[in-house]
Design a protein around this ligand. Structure first.
Ligand SMILES: Cc1ncc(COP(=O)(O)O)c(C=O)c1O
Length: 378
């Protein structure tokens, strides 16, 4: 069979997690918390199952959940997405991203992405015959040069994908970045996919400038969100997509033949759980404490560190420790030092190596202490 994705390999997350297991290493590679989700949320899922909510949900999602998502977005960003027509519940953000790209991209269309980029964008673009045009952000600050972005726009450019807060770098887009994006998208008539899965994990009093806040931008954008990231249950694969009615109508045509609808009891539970905004508004300070604690433990290590601005990832620059490639360095760390991290060159255009590894600090205090002891010894 001729492969549709001949160059796709096993994801780096699976590679590093497997290596971590084989070498009995502490796993700070894959982005998942090692602490429990709120027992209340789990109880609400149980209750929904016991109450008989076990059959198909409506194709766009449980209406109670869509209503509370609408309220949340209105409260946070002063923008109303209509629950009936502009919100769809998805099986995690990954499915939303896949469906958006499937909806928009035809053979020959070009899609601008910022590298380092989350790993599902490029293969999905290719699957639908599109061409990925990377804009490489540079360590250590990963700032966007909007003139460079504009220089990459061609008559074939259809979509631009952004991710803020950004995995793996931990940077966030400023208001000015979003305004620049808005004028670029308007000028060249581009669609925007705004991956905002870390919307509630933002530090040092900064603001998450959601695409939803910029009316002209929102009118041409799909926004994706992830309950897995927000409520410490990445294995549930629950998320949602926001878009104006005309875009959402097309999205749903694909969604209904892809997953049709997402599991019912978890939607019922989330609809209830989201009624209490503290459940997500407290997340930034929860993770900021973890970031600060972890960074205080490793402040005397030989890694060069710029504190993450958002997400639950921290970049560690090892250029003063070793000149090995980041792939070799993280392999050696896993096998010899017993700590697994992610080499970030795999997310860059042409595997550019900035000598940075990514660690996930969504971990218990004990795990962070163990990690720090190892990192301080390197
Ligand atoms: C930037 C980014 N987008 C999307 C996802 C996928 O989210 P989900 O698990 O809800 O599919 C992730 C998960 O790591 C991510 O980091």
């Amino acid at each position: 069979m001729k492969s549709k994705l001949p160059n796709a390999s096993i994801s780096i997350f699976a590679v590093m997690s497997k290596m971590a297991a084989e070498h009995n290493a502490l796993n700070l590679s894959q982005g998942f918390p090692n602490f429990k989700s709120d027992p209340l949320l789990i109880e609400l899922v149980h209750q929904a199952m016991k109450d008989g909510y076990n059959q198909y949900a409506p194709m766009p999602g449980d209406i109670g959940l869509r209503e509370v998502i609408s309220q949340k977005t209105a409260n946070l960003h002063d923008k109303i997405y209509h629950p009936e027509t502009e919100i769809t519940v998805t099986a995690g953000a990954t499915q939303a991203i896949f469906t958006i790209i499937a909806t928009l991209i035809n053979k020959g269309d070009e899609v601008i992405i910022f590298t380092p980029a989350y790993d599902c964008y490029d293969p999905t673009i290719k699957l639908f015959g599109g061409k990925t045009i990377p804009v490489q952000l540079k360590a250590p600050n990963y700032k966007v040069d909007w003139n460079e972005v504009e220089a990459k726009v061609s008559p074939k450019t259809k979509l631009i994908i952004i991710n803020t807060p950004h995995n793996p770098s931990g940077i966030i887009f400023s208001e000015n970045d979003m305004l620049q994006l808005q004028s670029l998208a308007e000028k060249h008539d581009l669609f925007v996919l705004s991956d905002e899965v870390y919307e509630h994990i933002i530090f040092d009093g900064n603001t998450h400038f959601s695409t939803a806040r910029f009316p002209d931008l929102a009118s041409r954008s799909f926004i994706t969100a992830s309950f897995g990231k927000t409520f410490h249950n990445t294995g549930w694969k629950m998320g949602y997509c926001l878009a104006p009615e005309n875009l959402m109508a097309e999205f749903r045509k694909v969604h209904q033949f892809n997953v049709f609808s997402v599991n019912t009891p978890m939607q019922k539970a989330l609809a209830e759980y989201l009624q209490t905004p503290d459940h997500y508004l407290g997340l930034s300070s929860f993770y900021q404490q973890k970031r600060d604690y972890f960074l205080s433990l490793i402040k005397n290590s030989r890694f060069k560190i710029i504190p993450s601005q958002g997400t639950y990832f921290q970049m560690l620059d090892f250029s003063e420790i070793s000149q090995e490639s980041d792939l070799k360095f993280s392999e050696r760390l896993t096998k010899e030092n017993k700590i697994a991290t992610i080499p970030t060159s795999v997310f860059n255009a042409n595997q550019e190596d900035f000598k940075q590894i990514r660690v996930c600090f969504a971990k218990t205090k004990e795990t962070l202490q163990q990690a720090a002891t190892i990192l301080n010894s390197i």
